[in-house]
Write a protein that binds this ligand. Structure first.
Ligand code: ADP
Length: 517
């Protein structure tokens, strides 16, 4: 069967071999095993259902929320000689009727539909006469409330399955799937979790790094000047910061463009154009910039402020080095940026989604404080286990000496326990450094044996140590109206003296990865 698949790959698409993961997914589908395929954007998910669609008897249904792309996809298939069509809200009632008739006559290998269609009983009824061996659910994370783009109409997919007497195989595909989203997809589409194929999240030409506790503006100007012959993107969290950076960099003689949703469209377009044609060396933007932009020679993406979660970060950082050449992705971390993101989450979200968004934000804070490989941290977050260390990131290339910090870590853990595990990081750091803050006194914390036990250190150093402990999993954060910290199982092991903790240097500055080709 796979020989046949390879032959079709060559005949219809002109490719000699499958990419990582494609063959495994195709195998599952051909064996009639419903499965989940998680690959990054551009990884080649479409072929995973297009090739089976050519081999299976009947019409494969593809559910996709991207109406604007549907026609392009269908046109590409038709050009390759594969009969395909689509039904969505851009068609007239007459066109829908005619297309449905052709579908019922078995004229197509693939039928693309928007999920909203599944809410029409009439449409479902008409499908009864069609033989459907496979249902491909593109952008499958839309089915999960944990995903970043929940679409209620995706929940109607189960109705589609009920239409057929012979159960079609289901193939769910997505580029963003944290374990929680994956669980949801598998549960709601009745896919066995073992039938999940996850591949290729690592980007071997990107060097990730985090810069802590530095003068950001100074860093930025120096970085850009050092890379004067290259173009890059700088993301900021708010429009105001974009405006400020735009002025700062232009004044420093750096040809800079800007982009955010508060600017007039004509201005945004001309700024985008200046960047795309390399006339502007730097684009400063909010996350409104970048969707659908295909600029291959972006050599660096700097996040001036912490992004709101790992999904957004990897998508934005991933705009560097599309051409495969070495490129850098830097996050400039300052703890007040966490507050900015908290504020934005609080403003923008449904109340009941806030805790999970805060948890995702914590993932981003952890990324900034881990001392493990950053690329490994990212792909683990996306559910790809056992990735090797990248050897390129700020942590892999950090040659500072490792120090044993077990004792300090134990002191912090012990203080958290004595405070009843129901206070935040700042209060705990205040107790540890012996602050005479009113609250510390009012709660009676001055009487604790751990009060002032880290007196020799600054509040900032102790906060930094605690962030490191959260990132490494010795402390956990509970996101209520105010975040509180508690000792995790790994933390208990340290308290019991069963585990030692090492940390690189105790200064708050990290090195930046070099991007030597
Ligand atoms: P995704 O849906 O995962 O974002 P696509 O299916 O659009 O990605 O594929 C991205 C690009 O990779 C397309 O241009 C596609 O033709 C190409 N591609 C897919 N599979 C292969 C392969 N086995 N060999 C070479 N190119 C491939």
């Amino acid at each position: 069967m796979l020989d046949k698949a390879r032959q079709l790959l060559q005949t219809y698409f002109g490719y000699d071999s499958f990419r990582e993961g494609q063959e495994t997914v195709i195998n599952y589908v051909l064996d009639e095993n419903s499965s989940l395929c998680v690959m990054p954007t551009g990884g080649g998910k479409s072929l995973c259902y297009q090739i089976p669609a050519l081999m299976l008897e009947g019409t494969t249904i593809v559910i996709s929320p991207l109406i604007s792309l549907m026609k392009d996809q269908v046109d590409t298939l038709i050009q390759a000689g594969i009969p395909a069509t689509f039904i969505n809200s851009t068609l007239t009632a007459e066109e829908v009727r005619q297309t449905m008739e052709e579908v019922q006559n078995g004229q197509y290998r693939l039928l693309y539909i928007a999920p909203e269609r599944l809410e029409s009983p009439n449409f479902l009824n008409q499908l009864k006469k069609v033989k459907v061996p496979l249902i491909a659910v593109d952008e499958a994370h839309c089915i999960s409330q944990w995903g970043h783009d929940f679409r209620p109409s995706y929940r109607a997919i189960h109705r589609l399955k009920e239409v057929f007497t012979e159960q079609p195989t289901v193939l769910a595909l997505t580029a963003t799937a944290t374990p929680a989203v994956r669980d949801d997809i598998c549960r709601l589409l009745q896919i066995q979790e073992d039938n999940t194929v996850i591949t290729g999240f690592a980007r071997s030409n990107l060097a990730f790094s985090v810069v802590l506790g530095q003068d950001k503006n100074k860093f930025l100007k120096e970085f850009i000047k050092k890379n004067a012959s290259e173009v890059g993107i700088i993301y900021a969290a708010t429009r105001k910061t974009v405006d400020l950076l735009y002025d700062l960099l232009n004044k420093a003689g750096i040809e800079t463009a800007k982009y955010h949703a508060g600017l007039p469209e004509s201005f945004r377009n001309s700024e985008q154009e200046r960047f795309l044609t390399d006339e502007a060396q730097v684009m400063v933007a909010t996350n409104a910039f970048g969707m659908g932009i295909d600029k291959s020679n972006v050599r660096y993406v700097i996040h001036y402020q912490l992004p709101k979660n790992m999904e957004s970060y990897y998508q934005e950082a991933g705009r560097a080095g599309r051409d495969g050449l070495p490129s850098e992705c830097v996050v400039l971390y300052a703890s007040q940026d966490v507050q900015t993101q908290r504020f934005l989450i609080d403003q923008a979200m449904d109340r009941d989604r806030i805790p999970q968004e805060l948890e995702k934000l914590q993932g981003m804070v952890d990324y900034c404080h881990t001392e493990n490989c950053l690329q490994q941290f990212i792909v683990t977050y996306f559910g790809e286990p056992d990735a090797p260390k990248c050897g390129r990131c700020g942590n892999c290339t950090d040659s500072r000496e490792v120090q044993d910090v077990t004792k300090e870590v134990q002191m912090v853990l012990s203080c958290v326990v004595r405070m009843g595990q129901r206070f935040g990081k700042t209060m705990t750091a205040q107790v540890l450094t012996g602050s005479e803050n009113k609250k510390v006194i009012d709660f009676g914390f001055t009487k604790l044996s751990t009060y002032g036990i880290l007196k020799g250190k600054s509040l900032k150093e102790v906060s930094g140590l605690m962030e490191f402990m959260i990132a490494e999993g010795f402390l956990s954060v509970k996101h209520g109206s105010l975040p509180t910290i508690y000792v995790s199982d790994a933390g208990k092991e340290v308290l019991l003296g069963n585990k030692r903790v090492e940390r690189k240097g105790v200064t708050v500055t990290k090195q930046i990865a070099k991007s030597d080709p």
